[in-house]
Design a protein around this ligand. Structure first.
Ligand SMILES: NC(=O)c1ccc[n+]([C@@H]2O[C@H](COP(=O)([O-])OP(=O)(O)OC[C@H]3O[C@@H](n4cnc5c(N)ncnc54)[C@H](OP(=O)(O)O)[C@@H]3O)[C@@H](O)[C@H]2O)c1
Length: 333
C-alpha cells in the first residue's frame, strides 16, 4: 500500500517559529484496529492556539515534543471502518493532524451530517466557531445595544465573534493588524468600526471608535491591545479571555498589562478565562443555531485556503504574522 505523507515537528521553536521547525515524512499507511476507522484527510485548519501548544503554554495540549505529527483538527472521509456505527464514506471531524491518513477510535470522530459542508467544521461549526459562540454568549454576556470590542477580529475566531455580536444587537468594534482587514470587517461582515492596532494613534483611534466605552471585550490577543481595552471598559464590563496570540510566538512572553487589579476593582469588571471544551455538552445546540445563521446568511464564514501538505509550515508562520483573513484551511483534496 502507498505511503502516508505527513508533516512532523522536527524541532521545537526557541523564539519565533520558522518553516524549518517542520519536515515532510513518508510513513507506512496506518491500519485501523477493532473499533477504529481510517480517515483520509480532506482539509485541516491552521490555528493560532497550536502555537501555544508548541510553546508549552496550552494546558490541554500537554508538554510539546519533536518527532511527532503536527496536531490540528481536520475533516476527512472514512475510507475503512472497523467501527459499528461509522460507515465507509462518512465525512467526519477528527484530530487528523497534518497528514494524509489517520486512524481514530470511534469515540474520537464526529460524524458530519451529509447535508453540511465539511469545511464549515473547521470554522463556524468547528472548534473556533464554538469558541466564538460560547466565549461571547456565556462569558461576555452581551446585551442588545452594548458595545462589543474584539481583537484578532479578522481571524478565525474573531470574525465570527463580531458577527455573533452584531446578530445579538451589539455595536461591534474590531481590532486588527491592517486597514485592508478592517475594510473587510466593516463592508463585508457588518462590523460598525475597525481599528488598526499597528497604527501609532491606536489608543486614540480606539477611543474614537468606542465613544460610549466598551461593555464586552473578547480578548484573543492579550498584550498591548488588552492594555488599551482595560482603559475603555465601562463599569460592570466583561472581558472574555480567549487567547493570548500576541505572546505565543516567542520564548519570552511579556507580563500582563498595567491596571490589574485596580481597574477591575474600580470598574467592577468581570474578567474571566474559558476553554471551549467547558461547553462540550452544549455543542449540538450551538451548532444548530450557528448553522441556522449560516443558512440565513446572517453569519458569513471567511476561509483562507492553502493547497497541499507541503505548504502548511509556511502557512502557519504566515498566520502568526497576520497573513490570514478568516479561518486558514489547508486543503488536501
Ligand atoms: N479559549 C479557547 O478555548 C480557545 C479555542 C480556540 C482558539 N482560542 C484562541 O483564539 C485566538 C484566535 O485564534 P485563531 O485560531 O482564530 O487565530 P487567527 O485569529 O485566525 O490568527 C491569528 C491572528 O492573530 C493576529 N496576531 C498575530 N500576532 C499578533 C499580535 N502580536 N498582536 C495582535 N494580534 C496578533 C493576526 O492578525 P492581525 O493581522 O490582526 O495581527 C493573526 O491573523 C487565539 O488566541 C487562540 O489561542 C482559544
Amino acid at each position: 500500500m502507498s505511503d502516508n505523507q505527513q508533516v512532523l515537528i522536527d524541532s521545537l521553536p526557541q523564539g519565533k517559529l520558522e518553516a524549518g521547525h517542520f519536515r515532510l515524512h513518508a510513513a507506512p499507511m496506518p491500519i485501523p484496529g477493532d473499533g477504529e476507522v481510517l480517515v483520509k484527510t480532506i482539509a485541516f485548519a491552521i490555528t493560532a492556539g497550536t502555537r501555544a501548544g508548541l510553546q508549552g503554554s496550552a494546558s490541554y495540549a500537554g508538554a510539546p515534543k519533536a518527532g511527532i505529527v503536527m496536531n490540528s483538527t481536520g475533516v476527512g472521509e472514512v475510507v475503512q471502518s472497523n467501527a459499528a456505527d461509522v460507515a465507509v464514506g462518512t465525512h467526519v471531524m477528527a484530530p487528523t493532524g497534518w497528514q494524509q491518513f489517520s486512524v481514530h477510535k470511534e469515540k474520537d470522530v464526529s460524524a458530519i451530517p451529509a447535508e453540511h459542508d465539511p469545511i464549515h467544521y473547521l470554522g463556524p461549526l468547528g472548534v473556533n466557531g464554538l469558541t466564538a459562540y460560547f466565549g461571547l454568549l456565556e462569558v461576555g454576556s452581551p446585551q442588545p445595544g452594548e458595545t462589543l470590542m474584539v481583537s484578532a477580529a479578522a481571524g478565525s475566531v474573531g470574525h465570527l465573534v463580531g458577527q455573533i455580536g452584531r446578530i445579538k444587537g451589539n455595536r461591534v468594534v474590531g481590532v486588527c493588524g491592517s486597514d485592508a482587514k478592517g475594510a473587510v470587517l466593516v463592508t463585508e461582515l457588518g462590523f460598525d468600526a475597525a481599528v488598526n492596532y499597528k497604527d501609532d494613534g491606536f489608543r486614540q483611534s480606539l477611543k474614537e471608535a468606542t465613544p460610549d466605552g466598551v461593555d464586552v471585550y473578547f480578548d484573543n490577543t492579550g498584550g498591548a491591545i488588552l492594555g488599551a481595552a482595560l482603559f475603555r471598559m465601562n463599569v460592570g464590563g466583561r472581558i472574555a479571555c480567549c487567547g493570548v496570540v500576541s505572546q505565543y510566538d516567542t520564548d519570552r512572553p511579556e507580563p500582563g498589562p498595567k491596571g490589574i487589579p485596580g481597574l477591575l476593582i474600580n470598574k467592577r469588571i468581570n474578567m474571566r478565562g474559558f476553554l471551549v471544551f467547558d461547553y462540550a455538552s452544549q455543542y449540538d445546540a450551538a451548532r444548530q443555531e450557528l448553522h441556522g445563521w449560516l443558512q440565513s446568511g446572517e453569519l458569513k464564514c471567511l476561509t483562507d485556503d492553502v493547497r497541499g501538505l507541503e505548504a502548511a509550515p509556511d502557512a502557519f508562520v504566515d498566520l502568526l504574522g497576520g497573513g490570514n483573513i478568516g479561518t486558514r484551511v489547508v486543503r488536501l483534496d
